[in-house]
Design a protein around this ligand. Structure first.
Ligand SMILES: *Cc1c(COP(=O)(O)O)cnc(C)c1O
Length: 352
């Protein structure tokens, strides 16, 4: 006996990267978290938050945060839809746009949450293999012409970053929605916000989980024209973002100097790690994100993952097509990256 629809029974639940019960002493480079603390201004808002206001239902439109986010990205407030992380926006969009006879397309490998939402909505799933060099297969995505296409840009787990011109071309070719998931965009050279402004079928997603170091707060937002927003509002939980994340998130976004400083530190370590691994004969793919997709010499990624874990260094191994010889390593502090490189050197010395 089952209580659920067939498609729910058939699907498997999303498995996040490992979360150690006691993260102290673990070098955690497996979930693309920011290694630096959130903005001191955001933490001050958290400390000073007046808890008595939690008695009341919040503003369902989270208007104050909408205005702050709108200012940062340069659109009107009615172009912003806040969510309980950008995952929440992905759920709202899939609910509104996908279903039986309304396919979802996305390149693979990518963020598995798109796939999960497609299964939940019982939508046909069209997986388009990334090009040989892991760049975005825009011609093949355009040929699918799905009701809904997801492009993480920069992509995870590859780090590949498409040019805005390519995304613009894709948006113009397809008749469905194009969601550009910019979770990692602050670590890249370009962003596609302009397409949300110009293209009637584009939604850009942003999150405070990565560059703002607020993964635990659960706050993200979508940017699209008010017509699209009107549709998405119908699938939103009524009070999806409370006043506490809204206030802390707005403070974090207003602290531009601190944000820039964190991003610069992470980019410096990304360059350092890429060079250090290349020196050790690893293959390193170009990345516009706060992680690197890499291949150990010999391609035994699973054994390398296990050996690192035994030395309390957590990275990500994906048991999936084209990824079994690779690892995804999040960029940490200089100390984290040192610890990783020391562990790799110790492993190499043991083998010799
Ligand atoms: C981390 C990540 C997100 C962010 O999810 P939140 O729900 O905002 O924490 C979205 N998309 C991709 C591709 C990610 O890697």
């Amino acid at each position: 006996m089952t209580f659920f629809r067939d498609n729910i029974e058939r699907m498997s639940a999303y498995v996040p990267g490992e979360q150690p019960a006691d993260p102290a002493g673990v070098v955690k480079l497996n979930q693309n978290e920011n290694p630096y603390p959130p903005s001191p201004k955001a933490l001050a808002v958290l400390r000073e938050f007046d808890g008595t206001q939690l008695r009341l239902y919040p503003d369902p439109m989270v208007s104050a945060f909408r205005r702050s986010a709108a200012e940062v990205v340069g659109v009107g407030a009615d172009w912003i839809l806040p969510g309980d992380g950008s995952d929440d926006l992905i759920i709202m969009i899939a609910r509104a746009a996908a279903g039986p006879g309304r396919p979802i397309a996305y390149p693979v490998p990518t963020f598995p949450f798109y796939f999960a939402q497609g299964q939940i909505e019982n939508a046909p799933l069209v997986e388009v293999p990334a090009n040989e060099d892991f760049s975005l297969p825009i011609d093949k995505l355009a040929a699918v012409d799905a009701a809904l296409a997801f492009v993480a840009n920069p992509n995870s787990p590859t780090g590949a970053t498409a040019e805005v011109e390519q995304l613009d071309w894709l948006a113009g070719k397809i008749s469905g929605l194009l969601v550009i998931d910019e979770a990692y965009v602050d670590f890249a050279d370009t962003d596609a916000m302009d397409l949300a402004r110009r293209r009637p079928n584009v939604i850009v997603l942003r999150t405070l989980s990565k560059s703002y170091s607020l993964a635990g707060l659960r706050l993200g937002f979508g940017v699209a024209n008010p017509t699209l927003m009107g549709g998405l509002l119908k699938t939103k939980a009524i009070y999806n973002v409370g006043p506490l994340p809204a206030a802390v998130g707005a403070a974090a976004m207003s602290d531009v100097a601190y944000h820039d400083q964190c991003v610069r530190a992470i980019l410096a370590q990304r360059t350092h790690l890429a060079e250090a691994l290349a020196d050790r004969r690893w293959t390193v793919w170009p990345s516009g994100a706060n992680f690197l997709m890499v291949r150990p010499p010999g391609g035994d990624a699973k054994a390398t993952f296990e050996a690192l874990k035994a030395r309390s260094v957590l990275v990500r191994y994906f048991n999936q097509d084209r990824m079994r010889d690779k690892l995804r390593i999040s960029i940490g502090t200089p100390q984290d990256i040192d610890a990783l490189l020391r562990a790799l050197d110790a492993m190499a010395a043991e083998r010799a």
